[in-house]
Write a protein that binds this ligand. Structure first.
Ligand code: 2P0
Length: 324
């Protein structure tokens, strides 16, 4: 049995759209930060006595949809390495899965690491990232700590579509305050949402074409540790992704009223001199990224704020690793 831990991540330059569904190749590159406080621990054992893969999620047998997704992922490892056995997989998030916080990123990164080791393979970081990508695009980034860049790649087989570490967490010890506005499960998952945008959003081509400029500007902002630039590019990429999603048909609206209220709140905070900006994924939570000295005051001000159910504060996290 091998148990591994991987941390969640949030993209500052967003991934939205696939150029190949079967291999899960992203249409755009992305840049993310890995989050220390949110992680998944997954154990895997291949067992010849099992007739089918078993999946326990947060202490309970998983639904058939989740089990099949994990089983298809294990098939990639089995197929490549001539393994026949089914596996017992046990996965625990230290954060509520229903809270609309990214769970597939840390889940498939931890699974890629644990399952490949349990199969007797010692994969490189790049190989693990490619493997994790086939489970979930954002998972390719969760293998690495700190600041990470995912490449969209050019090869049709996806051999160059992997994530790489840009900087370790201590390059720039940013903090993230997650403002949870609703614990309700989202209606349209990312995979379906991305396909809808690719097929129907008139902004899709412009989104793909403009992505390289955002990545390049973000690399500069990180190299220079220029917070103002970091804030502007991140908010731009986030709002552009949501505009793309909203312009799908039918439109995808991941925000609620509280989300929008908090966007204005964060903007006015920054105008008042607080080094903070927002980013939002395919759900209604607002992630406020800030310089470390600003985090405590932001949390204080959000306490009792009518738009916020609760907050989670985190520093930047480490690489994925094997626990036992
Ligand atoms: C990201 N998101 O860059 C973007 C921004 C959500 C919004 O990657 O279909 O679960 O499994 O490759 O990675 C979430 O989508 O999608 C995501 P799949 P994934 O973080």
């Amino acid at each position: 049995m091998v148990k591994a831990r991987a941390h969640s991540n949030i993209a500052l330059v967003k991934y939205w759209g696939k150029k190949d569904i079967a291999l899960n190749l992203p249409a755009v590159g992305s840049i993310s930060i890995t989050l220390e406080a949110l992680h998944t621990e997954t154990s895997v054992v291949f067992d010849e006595s099992l007739t089918a893969d078993e999946l326990v999620l947060n202490g309970r047998p998983a639904g058939e949809k989740e089990r099949m997704r994990v089983s298809r992922f294990l098939d990639i490892i089995r197929g490549r390495h001539g393994l026949q056995s089914a596996a017992r997989v046990n996965s625990i998030n230290n954060f509520p899965t229903a809270a609309g916080l990214a769970s597939s990123a840390s889940a498939f990164a931890a699974l890629a690491l644990a399952a490949s080791r349990a199969a007797g393979l010692e994969l490189s970081g790049q190989e693990l990232s490619i493997l994790a990508r086939m489970g979930s695009g954002s998972a390719a980034r969760s293998l690495f700590g700190g600041f990470t860049e995912m490449h969209r790649g050019k090869r049709p087989d996806g051999g160059d579509a992997f994530a790489e570490p840009l900087y370790p967490a201590d390059h720039w010890p940013l903090k993230v305050v997650i403002a949870v506005t609703s614990e309700a499960q989202k209606k349209t998952g990312s995979t379906d949402g991305m396909e809808l945008s690719r097929k129907t959003s008139p902004y899709y081509t412009a989104w793909v074409e403009s992505s390289e400029d955002d990545l390049s500007a973000m690399r500069d902002a990180l190299a220079q540790k220029d917070f103002q630039k970091l804030a502007e590019i991140s908010e731009f990429s986030c709002l552009k992704m949501h505009a793309l999603a909203m312009a799908s048909n039918p439109g995808l609206i991941y925000w609620n009223a509280q989300t929008l209220e908090l966007l204005h709140w964060v903007r006015s905070l920054r105008e008042g001199g607080t080094p903070a900006f927002f980013t939002i994924d395919a759900g209604p939570q607002v992630k406020i990224v800030c310089l470390p000295e600003a985090a405590a005051a932001i949390v204080n001000q959000l306490q009792g704020h009518p738009a916020v159910e609760r907050t989670i504060v985190t520093a930047l996290g480490p690489d994925a690793y094997v626990i036992e």
